[in-house]
Design a protein around this ligand. Structure first.
Ligand code: MG
Length: 159
């Protein structure tokens, strides 16, 4: 068994779509980044790569590479799944929390879960998505950005 952790944060700005867990969510602002800035999927990628001992998302998908300009981050998650599979690992479970003051994300948890499970070619029951506000505290609480944390457990399919 191998455990991995991922964390990411992106700034919220006007004029960008809000994409979280691969789902476009109606909101007046979106996350700023070289890719679609899907903070949840980036945290998930880092957790998967970390668990497999493969470094981090910036190593494989650098934000200086024009190929990843505005890329749909679910494609990166799919690539991470392929990479951990090549190392002989399969996902036992993933648990993630999104930190966002607004909008309310509860209605979107299932869509994100379904989208991420499909990208990971796994059962939805192995993926759990949560969201919390930060009670108005800090930069996330002020609505300046969103953050996400993710933990995964992998098993060695070769054992
Ligand atoms: Mg990121």
């Amino acid at each position: 068994m191998r455990v991995g952790i991922g964390y990411d944060i992106h700034r919220l700005v006007a004029g960008r779509p809000l994409v979280l867990g691969g789902v476009t969510i109606p909101f007046e602002k979106g996350l700023l980044g070289h890719s679609d800035a899907d903070v949840l999927v980036h945290a998930a990628c880092d957790a998967l790569l970390g668990a497999a001992g493969l470094g981090d998302i910036g190593r494989w998908f650098p934000d200086t590479d024009p190929r990843y300009k505005n890329v749909y981050s679910i494609t990166l998650l799919r690539e991470c799944r392929r990479m951990i599979g090549e190392q002989g690992y399969t996902l036992v479970n993933m648990d993630a929390t999104v930190f966002a003051e607004a909008p309310r994300l509860a209605n979107h948890h299932e869509g994100m879960r379904r989208t991420m499970a499909a990208a990971l070619e796994t059962d939805e029951g192995r993926i759990n998505i949560k969201a919390t506000t930060t009670e108005g505290l800090g930069q996330v609480g002020a609505g300046e950005g969103m953050a996400a944390m993710c933990v995964v457990l992998l098993e060695d399919a070769r054992l």
